[in-house]
Design a protein around this ligand. Sequence first.
Ligand SMILES: [Zn+2]
Length: 435
Amino acid sequence: MPDLLLSPFRFEVTPSLGHACCGGWITPVLAVDDPLYCHGFVLTGCDSPIVVCAVDWTGLFNEAHLAWRVALAEAAGTTPDRVAVQCVHQHNAPLACLDAARIVAEQGDLPRGVDLEFFNECLDRAGASVTQSVRRARPVTHIASGRAQVEKFASNRRVHRDEEGFVIATRNSRETSESMRELPEGLIDPWLKTVAFYDGDLKIAACHYYATHPMSYYGDGRVSSDTVGLARKRRQEDEPDCAHIYFTGCAGNIAAGKYNDGSPERRPILSDRIYDGMVRAERELRPEPISEVSWSTTGVIPKVNDALFRADLEETIRSKTASVMDRCRSSYMLSWRRRIEQKIPLGLSFLRINGIGMLHLPAECFVEYQLRAQKMARTQFLATAAYGDGGPWYIPVKEEYGKGGYELTVAFCDPEVDDLITRGMRELLHPMQER
Ligand SMILES: [Zn+2]
């Protein structure tokens, strides 16, 4: 194995007061409870450098996602196809779609989803941070994996159904109805997984993965890295010399709802459960020498969801009688349609080191995708991060189309996306089955 180097990096991406949260749906920034960061690493020594990072934002869509990959690639001396940018998906946080921002700006009376100056400033910080970190690169010789079940956090949002399986009501991330909280957890992936990198016997980076919407409460304009970010920060304080990075898995239909009434006291309790999962997963770490590194990518071009795209989007955006929410949502839909018309694929990527896999998926994939991916990897260790390019919003599995629930009202791809992503995952994970 050639000499590998790892450069962890971190930079702040907290928006300033007045900036939109979650793309303009909710109260803009009024205060900052705790700052937002992008955490990642550059891995060099295996062809061109590989960059993987997690951003404390709600989402990076279409062109905005590409802009991040380009900026990080330039700084690391690699190509954008070797960069994975995944969002953690907090909601009192920025969401960026540059095309939607332009569409909205033309109207003059709609809230701006993202401030371009701030967006570009974050890209500058990304470049500077990566350049600096590469100068301080450390040898990486060993890798390890561990996992632990998180107690009482993830729960499925789509458990309240009628006899035909139709979703009567979605269980929210903050669920005030006791009867909704009493329903079973439903399908989740209970495992928090950790992949750690070592320089000799020194742990230099630990990547944690868990599938849930991270929110305890939101909409009050108070920026926070929320449950999972606070757990990561605490773990970082425990071990200042190891970069702790947190990725949100396939959490499209997963949130804390069953265990979260949204009261402020729940945030530290839920955060402790993630922290506890990280600590227990790390107890399993048994470093082994790195013998093999590979990076592979694939792309899919799904069709738009005809059921949603029947309306005249331009007309809705212009309409002064339509709600701000409908007009904004239409701007995101129009951006997605334009991007699909331009045949710009949605990327999937896969980093494999020895028998440990790290899969990067786009948008708000349902949890079924990561469970399916783990099956494809058989007994090998697989960690999945979703919330890459968020352009298509929710990505349900095909069986869920026509079954109602909030997610299906903002699922911009037609059901065939399931086959495309599944095929893409199979292609990437194929080497895991050979081992
Ligand atoms: Zn979401």
